[in-house]
Design a protein. Structure first.
Length: 359
């Protein structure tokens, strides 16, 4: 069976050595030495100043909103994983959807300003499938209207924009290190905070709001990463070069074989690729479902990602309609892509697509 992704597991002996160390020290959570080491190594690897590791990418978003004190309405994208929007709603914020650009699948920056009201506090764009947003245009709009910007960069690990980390844009960027991501810590996530003065507050927020045994200045939660997760991250980091090389080969084979046959979203020309996902957009939903079924019959499981469009969620208030996002959601498939995907299996997938893409 071939699924859309397969969790990469690094060298077992190396992981075992970290586990032995954890057992020796009995320090398994609460900002332990491996979490601290991973924060230092990741900051250097990614080229960022302040990184805080947390329990997952969803809570990273929640902490970002609370660190910045967001209120009222937040402009975001309807084409993302549900956590981008549900994290807003669970924090008492109202998502207002700026529809997407059908070529890049990112938030259409021309649609943001018309949605801004005196009750808008922030913009939460997503670098969808690791494809960088138009960060300069978004930055200008935010500055003009005095809005905060939180980038959901769950897919954008190690993406560079004009030579620097994409994570350095906006007030805060968040990452997900879930097992399905190209870099993972089993479960996990991170905040990248560009304003040094906010770091302390975010650190309190991930640890129940506690500053010291005698002082609890913030209303916090428990968002801590544990030592076993950090150990996984340290092992993964040692293998990233090889992981990226293998992913690139798979990605480029799809691109070579499928370009012109199916629509491949346009890449931001100022940014690098991290080869995290290979989405294809079909002509219509009928063709998409037929292709999905043809692949499923051969035990191949692409994912309708992202589906459904988030403006269709029943808990969204006020009700909204994002036609471009709904259209793309109905006819997109993300193809299997992981380092160990064998060439013969990938060619099998490609051939099924060639037979079913309607050309
Ligand atoms: C765009 C996006 N945002 C947020 C998340 C949530 O991350 P996590 O699963 O680590 O909570 C995901 C997870 O897949 C995601 O794809």
């Amino acid at each position: 069976m071939i699924k859309v992704t397969k969790t990469y597991l690094p060298n077992k002996e190396k992981y075992q050595k970290y586990v032995d160390k954890i057992f020796e020290s009995s320090w398994i959570t609460n900002n332990g030495p491996l979490v601290k080491e991973l924060e230092i190594r990741l900051a250097e690897y990614l080229g960022v100043k302040n990184i805080i590791l947390v329990a997952n990418g969803t809570v990273a978003l929640e902490i970002a909103y609370r660190t910045l004190g967001l209120k009222g309405y937040v402009i975001t994208t309807p084409f993302s994983f549900v956590a981008t929007t549900s994290s807003l709603v669970t924090n008492g914020l109202h998502p207002i959807f700026a529809d997407i650009d059908p070529r890049t699948l990112n938030m259409d920056t021309n649609k943001i300003e018309e949605l801004i009201t005196p009750n808008t506090s922030a913009i939460v764009p997503v670098h969808v499938f690791g494809n960088a947003c138009e960060v300069e245009a978004i930055g200008e709009i935010a500055k003009k209207h005095d809005l905060k910007v939180v980038y959901d960069a769950a897919h954008a690990f190690d993406v560079k924009y004009k030579g620097v980390s994409i994570l350095n844009y906006g007030d805060i960027s968040t990452l997900s290190f879930h097992a399905t991501k190209l870099f993972h810590t089993i479960e996990g996530g991170a905040l990248i905070i560009n304003d040094d003065s906010l770091v302390k507050k975010a650190r309190y927020l991930i640890n129940f709001g506690i500053e010291s045994p005698m002082s609890i200045p913030e209303l916090g939660t428990n968002a801590k990463m544990n030592e076993f997760e950090a150990a996984m991250g340290l092992c993964m980091l040692d293998e990233m070069e090889d992981i990226s090389k293998k992913r690139k080969a798979v990605y480029e084979r799809y691109e070579k074989e499928l370009r012109g046959l199916v629509e491949i979203p346009a890449q931001n020309l100022h940014s690098t690729q991290n080869y995290g996902y290979f989405p294809v957009v079909l002509k219509n939903e009928e063709q998409t479902l037929a292709l999905e079924q043809a692949l499923n019959e051969k035990e191949i499981f692409p994912r309708r990602y992202f589906y459904p469009s988030l403006d269709t969620l029943k808990y969204i208030e006020p009700k909204q309609y994002s036609p471009v996002s709904r259209d793309i959601s109905s006819r997109i498939l993300v193809l299997p892509l992981y380092p160990e995907l064998e060439e013969k299996d990938q060619m099998n997938i490609i051939n099924i697509i060639k037979e079913n893409s309607g050309i």
